[in-house]
Design a protein. Sequence first.
Length: 170
Amino acid sequence: SFGEGEFAGFIGPSGSGKTTLLNIIGSLDVPTTGNVLVLGNSVGELTAKQAARLRKESLGFIFQSYNLLAVHTVFENVEFPLLLLKYSTSERRNMVMDALAWVGLTEKVKSKPPQLSGGECQRVAIARAMVKRPSLVLADEPTANLDAANSHNILQTMVKLNRDLKTTFL
């Protein structure tokens, strides 16, 4: 059980189910047994449309492999989750620029992922996850592909966003 604004991590050996658990919490997978409640929703009982709505409106995802679209700019990568919501162009622009400011990347707004370092790509992924100010962010090994200095910076950024925005991070 995790409360609002918590910052928690799962540890365990490779193959122990950490990613599977995050995928279930994120309503990407359905539990085969038991009941998983996420923001008051029983994941196993959600229709595909309800699960998509939960992800769209309330969840942010930070993937180990960044999952950025290489042909799109940093701005466009961060804006993407907002295109599924009903924000005006100016609202989206303000939200994207705020998210990029949170992670210190406003100067990279026109860059594309292949032009960025690994640490910068991960910060773009964090901005994308946070742009809609979700209730819950699921981060699957967000520092696995980074050196120690970048790993430390990414974790500091996540802790700051957790503290400042009261977003729950798992």
